[in-house]
Design a protein around this ligand. Structure first.
Ligand SMILES: *Cc1c(COP(=O)(O)O)cnc(C)c1O
Length: 358
């Protein structure tokens, strides 16, 4: 039986992690498959993990950690919740992908739509980025317009036209923040500051004729937490309607987290399209976009907006998502989650004294 200890700053080691990282750098750019994993803003090599359970992560140097990151959002139940693992195991044994519909599609689709008052139809994809990319295409297809308004500090995945930051001035055309994005793409994106009603109205007044949608993280959580006033989000909803522009809530991180109905339900605001990711897949690669029936019926094969995926609604991923969402629907789940997020003073003292390095 292997034993794992909480490291303290003196005993913390990354010797095996360091060896693995040196090897990984031979195979993968920067040794990783997503930039934050390289620990660039943290000293030393990234920690390589071998397993996890509940709130604990176990690294390859046999150290144990409390996980405050939870895979950047998906693991709302912590690691390896038994009900999810069981369902995944049962499903995987019957086939991992069919490239055809399965009953799982209906099960999770019905579960979500029955308990979410802000959407009528949904389409599953394989990541948050893919969900956002598809939602933008849908908004453009429905409105016949091209430009997208986004907010400074909101992250929407690595979609070309959204990897754009604000320049100077109240309203500005974007400058791409990644190499490899044509200026012509960046020019279709208008960036405005968050929580600035005048800047938003100015952008809409000037560009509404060419603008398909405004996209926002209703609970911006990718740049610290830039919590918005309800009044700003309500203003945003009113103005989008007034100027004939669709409103997309990017709920890839807030969806199923601030409540089963996400930020739409929390604030009581009806967006035109909602994107999902992270929790919806219960730790497997799943994203989704959803809207009213009228909007969703523009998607192929019913409508002219093409979108497809070999592994979309993959049965194993659907099983993980379904089992996770079922847990969230247990009465009192979100109240208990809220309590866990407010550690008692004793818990804080215990962590401060434990020498835990996260
Ligand atoms: C994580 C995130 C994305 C991107 O999702 P991926 O699954 O990483 O592609 C998009 N939008 C928001 C708000 C996110 O938090």
């Amino acid at each position: 039986m292997q034993s794992f200890n909480y490291p303290n700053p003196d005993t913390f080691t990354r010797s095996r992690s360091g060896e693995l990282f040196e090897e990984a750098k031979l195979y993968f750019p920067g040794g990783v498959h997503s930039p934050v994993r390289a620990f660039k803003s943290v000293e030393g090599p990234p920690v390589f993990f071998q397993k996890a359970e509940g709130c604990h992560l176990y690294d390859v140097d046999n150290q144990k950690f409390v996980d405050f990151c939870c895979s950047w959002g998906p693991l709302i139940l912590g690691h390896c919740p038994p009900a999810v693992v069981r369902r995944v195991q049962e499903t995987v044994a019957k086939g991992m992908s069919f490239g055809a519909p399965t009953p799982h599609d209906n099960l999770i689709g019905k579960l979500i739509l029955d308990h979410h008052r802000y959407i009528e139809m949904i389409r599953f994809v394989s990541s948050g980025t893919e969900a956002v990319m598809s939602a933008l295409r849908l908004a453009r297809g429905v409105t016949g317009k091209n430009k997208v308004i986004k907010f400074e500090g909101c992250y929407h995945g690595h979609v070309d036209s959204l990897l754009v930051k604000a320049g100077s001035g109240l309203v500005t055309f974007g400058i791409s923040t990644s190499a490899g994005i044509p200026e012509s793409f960046a020019n279709e994106t208008i960036v405005v500051p968050l929580a600035d009603p005048e800047a938003l109205e100015a952008a809409l007044r000037r560009h509404a004729g060419d603008t398909a949608c405004v996209i926002v993280e209703p609970v911006p959580a990718n740049n610290g937490l830039l919590l918005q006033d309800r009044s700003f989000l309500e203003f945003l909803r009113r103005k989008c309607t007034e100027y004939g522009v669709l409103l997309i809530f990017d709920e890839v991180i807030s969806g199923f987290r601030v409540g089963f109905e996400g930020a739409a339900g929390y604030y009581g605001i009806q967006p035109d399209i909602i994107t999902f990711g992270k929790i919806i897949g219960g730790g497997m690669p799943v994203g989704a976009y959803a809207a009213s029936r009228a909007i969703m019926e523009n998607v192929a094969p019913v409508g002219p907006v093409y979108q497809a995926g070999t592994l979309s609604a993959n049965p194993v991923a659907m099983a993980a998502g379904y089992a996770t969402l079922c847990e969230l629907l247990h009465p009192g789940f979100y109240d208990q989650l809220e309590q866990k997020r407010r550690p008692s003073p004793t818990t804080c003292r215990r962590f401060a004294n434990s020498g835990t390095t996260t």
